[in-house]
Design a protein around this ligand. Sequence first.
Ligand code: B12
Ligand code: SF4
Length: 496
Amino acid sequence: MQTVRVALVSFLVNSINIRTLASYIKADSYETYCFFCPDSFNESNLAELIRILKEKEIGLIGISLVTDDYQSAVELTSAIKKEINIPVIWGGAHVNVMPEECLLHADMICRGEGEEALLDLVKVLSTQEKIIPDIKNIWFKTENGIVKNELRSLEENLDKYPFPDFDLSSQYVMNAKGFEQLREEHLNGEYSLMSSRGCPYSCNYCYNSYRRKHYHGKGKYLRKRSIENVIQELIQAKQIFKNLSQVNFWDDSFVARKVDEFNLFSDLYAKKIKLPFFALIEPMAFDYEKIKLLKKCGLSKLQVGIQSGSERVNRDVYNRPVSNKKIVEVAHLIKQLGVAAVYDFIFNNPYEKSEDIKQTIELLLKFPRPLYLQGYNLIFYPGTIITEKALADGFITDNSADIFSSIQNPVNSPTAMKTGAVVSNRFYSVNYDSKEKDYLNLVFSLLCFNYIPHWLIGFFIRSESRFHELLIKTIIKSYEKLSQLKRAKLFVEKCA
Ligand code: B12
Ligand code: SF4
């Protein structure tokens, strides 16, 4: 029997998902290669990829994508199809939501989790018949239309999966000219993993608001690996990589466990891993005892999703019922524990009024300093509850067009606005934009400069004028010049 060789492609170097898939099918002895494509494709790197695929006699190509990767996946699939006649399967977040659109390009798609489905597919393609039967989670095109196989139940025992594949000899990373074998340096000393799948929450802008409905009746949504299994993965990672300096837990909500489990985690991590680590947290889930235990064993940085300082927006628009009192308390406790934190906010939301932005700024004035902020535009990801609402309310007209243009304008958030760029909401079909909102976004960007006194920011919130707008832009420019000068001075001192 001729066994099929598989190539899996991701647009991220640190990708957890294709490594997870690779190790699962490798455990059944199927030769598998991973290709990481973090940059743009060009003639040269595409030609090199196709050369390697031919040389390795690949029989199935799997591409993993989120919505932002859609155009790259289309480009890659079309380049492959021009040169080689082998089946291409797509999987990942975007595919789950837009299966039919994805099947305009791919031969097959995988909806839902992919381990078992991909293995079943590889087994079938390795037989003489090569007829794809009713493999759960796989949809494929036929002359008579799309075959939509049933969705599998969610796997509850995550410990059964092998650890992600880090056999670097079968992994390649793209550069401007072609592909090179992946080396430890490409991972920047970081190791990324997930200790759970799913999320206890269902925020309206998030993919979980779609996925939770999609999996309804298909088993427990939030599943956790055992602490021992997670630690074992990290022990293996430390054996493979000699220069690891940081561990990233990308769980949707890392603290969604009992304190007892964190007691065990803290003990084992401190004894066996001893590396600083990072995790995501929602203020709703913050628990002082848990974070204290995590800090004790190495928690060095948290990314905290605040999203808005308006309780109305958090509760009614985002489905995140959390009070501002709790948010401020969380910020102070994190500071007290000595953990670094970066706070995330969402901007350019048509359901947000000037008053809501004012409340966000006022909330942040109560945070301890220094303050590290990340602002993102609200992106209307397909299938999410907020996208459905915005479509119904006429803020966006057509799913794909508006979503893609919202992705293509990511620089409009106030934290990317230190240069004083103008905030624009031009990608929405209804113009809900107001000069006052633009002005307040500008005031928000002052919060990114930790030396600007709070009273001055408070003053600017209360008094919008053309003069103040110019003044704020001048302040921002001066601070930037100052930090450039500081950086240059440091550089000269280093060289001397
Ligand atoms: C970790 C993570 C990141 C990390 C990745 C780090 C890393 N080392 O992997 C970072 C921070 C870099 C990141 C960046 C981004 N992310 Co992200 N990320 C995630 C997160 C939390 C986990 C992804 C993951 O690895 N899951 C574990 C694996 C095992 O599950 P999985 O990805 O679902 O894969 C399974 C199936 O989907 C399927 N499958 C997946 N691919 C394939 C391919 C084939 C061929 C097959 C057969 C099956 C298959 O099988 C897998 C195993 O069961 C998800 C949310 C989530 N919980 O899924 C968001 C998520 C995927 N990210 C999202 C977004 C939007 C982004 C960014 C665009 C954010 C930004 N604005 O910059 C970037 C884009 C980066 C990119 N090009 O992929 C969205 C995507 C929404 C959408 N509609 O597409 C998600 C869903 C977050 C959300 N809650 O909305 N992300
Ligand atoms: S808590 Fe985070 S990952 Fe979970 S649903 Fe909300 S935004 Fe998504």
